[in-house]
Design a protein around this ligand. Structure first.
Ligand code: S3P
Length: 173
């Protein structure tokens, strides 16, 4: 069983991935952290020094590499589903779970954090809403399951995921 968590920046993919790791004992792959570690610099530095396309290529390469893995939960960077190839790779060997949140929730979470280059000049709900709208369709098309995280604890989110996974399994029997 593999799970890929997708969704806009600040929807809590990393937190949910860590919780799934703890409870279901799946190996966790934090894409941004692994890419940054391998490149010996921050995501922000990769964007500024090498450009976004270079970063996006690293994401695709990493997803290819993860194809051979089993029992992993992948916390994807928010831009991963923007490439059709990436969605194909994720779909091949896992369930794609989209986390959603309101622009207000996102803003609250990313306000003081400058590690995300694409949100640097977008620290207001309208700018975030616009960016989310552009991405929403792509995320939803990729997703096998959509979970709203607003006002929910990680435990509640996990319960919902499990419930939906159970239903999906029953539909496949
Ligand atoms: C990005 C999301 C970030 C990171 C990079 C680009 C995006 O990951 O990959 O800053 O395009 O949405 P998080 O979603 O984990 O913040």
């Amino acid at each position: 069983m593999n799970i890929a968590l997708i969704g806009f920046m600040g929807t809590g993919k990393s937190t949910v991935a860590q919780y799934i790791h703890k409870v279901l004992k799946l190996e966790v792959v934090e894409m941004d952290a692994l890419i940054a570690e391998r490149e010996h610099c921050t995501i922000e530095e990769i964007f500024s020094k090498k450009g976004e396309t270079y970063f996006r290529d690293l994401e695709t390469e990493l997803l290819r590499e993860l194809q051979c893995k089993e029992n992993v939960v992948i916390s994807c960077g928010g831009g991963v589903p923007l490439r059709t190839k990436n969605v194909e790779l994720m779909k091949k060997n896992g369930t794609i779970i989209m986390l959603t949140a309101s622009p207000e929730t996102i803003l609250q979470r990313v306000y003081k954090d400058d590690s995300r280059p694409l949100l640097k000049d977008k620290k207001d709900p309208e700018a975030i809403r616009e960016m989310m709208e552009v991405r929403d369709k792509v995320y939803k098309e990729a997703a096998d399951m959509i979970i709203s995280v607003d006002q929910k604890s990680v435990e509640q989110i996990f319960e919902e995921i499990q419930e939906k996974l159970r239903k999906m399994e029953m539909n496949h029997v």
